[in-house]
Ligand binder design. Structure first.
Ligand SMILES: CC(C)(COP(=O)(O)OP(=O)(O)OC[C@H]1O[C@@H](n2cnc3c(N)ncnc32)[C@H](O)[C@@H]1OP(=O)(O)O)[C@@H](O)C(=O)NCCC(=O)NCCS
Length: 178
């Protein structure tokens, strides 16, 4: 059954093959790429194609993954938000990226709260949800705070970067957002 989540302003649906080119276009924006690529600049088209294939494939391998986020008012593709845990990751993460033309509208937290609610429902034994965030990515840290995550002492080293692990435990999160 296809998952479809609706919030006040957004529609979330599984990231699929039809989202690959929109995602690549988002990642060609250097504002978006700043904290998502190893050197802080957009990756070549072919590299981004392979990353997008990973997001599509995650659904096939794990049965869940990033959601494509669509703005209800316009029908526009505006980003990807949701749970994933690729091999070697430090936990089940909720990640977020929104096209820069829509930053500052609270879309990432709105989508993340809906996605995390869905994730905790799908996995009743999941004790916590995490987000791995670059220490300089203040915009992402603001999202993490808005959705009830706190910075932990844990650090995840990935491709030469030290990323902070933010987290929220299941019970306090559900008490606040369920
Ligand atoms: C992080 C991100 C998803 C936030 O999405 P969003 O929908 O704009 O989220 P919010 O509207 O809640 O804004 C979050 C913060 O971004 C900053 N911000 C808002 N509008 C902005 C704008 N136009 N330009 C720059 N920063 C802005 C503010 O600090 C805001 O926090 P505040 O509301 O407490 O002032 C978005 O900035 C993004 O996609 N960044 C690039 C990808 C990325 O780094 N993803 C996270 C990887 S861990």
């Amino acid at each position: 059954m296809t998952v479809r989540i609706e919030t006040e302003r957004l529609i979330l649906r599984p990231f699929g093959p039809e989202d690959v080119e929109d995602h690549i276009a988002m990642m060609q924006d250097k504002k978006t790429a700043e904290f998502l690529t190893t050197d802080g600049v957009p990756r070549p088209y072919g590299d981004e194609w392979r990353f997008a294939a990973c997001y599509v494939g995650h659904w096939a391998i794990r049965g869940y993954g990033f959601f494509t986020v669509v703005e209800k008012e316009t029908g526009d593709w505006i980003g990807r938000v949701g749970p994933w845990q690729p091999g070697g990751w430090p936990g089940l993460e909720c990640g977020w990226s929104i096209v820069s033309s829509r930053w500052g509208k609270g879309y990432a937290p709105e989508a993340a709260i809906a996605a995390i609610r869905w994730t905790f429902e799908k996995f009743p034994d999941l004790a916590r949800i995490i987000s791995v965030i670059d220490p300089d990515n203040v915009n992402s840290q603001a999202v993490a705070r808005k959705i009830g995550e706190e910075k932990t002492d844990e650090v995840f080293e990935f491709w030469g970067h030290r990323l902070d692990v933010w987290a929220s435990d299941r019970e306090p999160w559900l008490a606040r957002f369920a």
